[in-house]
Design a protein around this ligand. Sequence first.
Ligand SMILES: [Zn+2]
Length: 71
Amino acid sequence: MTNTEEAREKFGRRVQRCYGCFVAYYLKDMYLGEDATYYCEHCKDETMFHFEQFSQVLDLSKLPSMRPEGE
Ligand SMILES: [Zn+2]
């Protein structure tokens, strides 16, 4: 497994609250809206991108939360 795939895996297992209904979901099941807001499949609209899409576009290793401690 490459570092990128591993980062995606870990990122997808994070739990995030939906901005619409405030129910917590795994990121891999969520959709990214504007301003880095996340929505579940029930609250998304057609402008949002599913995790499978945005996780391949974004460089997850550059996200602050994905950096190793102390870097
Ligand atoms: Zn929701």
